[in-house]
Write a protein that binds this ligand. Sequence first.
Ligand code: GLN
Length: 266
Amino acid sequence: MNEIETIVCQLLQCKRGDLYLNKDRVAPTGQEWNRLERILEKRVQGAPLQYLLGETEFFGIRLCLKPGVLIPRPETETLVSETLQSIQASGKTSARILDIGTGSGNIAIACAVSEVLKEAEIYAVDISPIALKQAKLNARLNGVAGRIKFLKSDLFSCFKKTKQQFDFIVSNPPYIADDEFETLPLDVQAEPRLALLAQAGGFYFYRSIEQGSRTHLVSGGYLFLEIGHDQAPELRKIFSDSSVWQESKIVKDLCGRDRVVIIRKK
Ligand code: GLN
């Protein structure tokens, strides 16, 4: 579906085919025309389609969205599928899994609905209360609210005292260098900076996750990280302490660009 079809189908609550084959049934009312006009005006001004519609799809699940919460990207589906495949291959399907920076809850929820992780204990943290509220709502909408523990936390901060450990840690942290903000497309600039930008040239969160995982990832556990397409060499350096880390693997997304790093702790 193209954008305009997506907008009209949501507005009129109909299927794409109805737009062309069932024109009488889907004739918009005056109110619907007004709403359509308002949506198109905002879209032309650069508002992201997903915020205007209030929803998106990710890994086959429906997620509600609003400004202040990062819009899940198709590339992140590669992170989820790699995570699920590796966990299944490890045989540790009743593991403890942590999703850092859960945002809309997309990764944690995709894991929770998966057959592979029916027995898993899933934790999802975020520093943003707006994101956490949305993630909890999305978990309810997808019938997995009872399966995920959502916690407000700055990376590992809420686990510091207990030194809680996880078998798998997955994250799509902010990774755009903070001085690149102005160069981003307008609709990306409409998304929360907190979820997009990272200091240290985009590497701040990878370094912090490397540090925190020394304590909070079990020995033999795995880290799954989404990365920018040109960040793999620096990531290798960040995880180059071979007394702690082994088996780093880079996986490409469907566009053939480096997108996911998988690292095992010794
Ligand atoms: N986990 C969310 C996503 O992948 C949010 C990530 C973030 O805030 N950087 O879309």
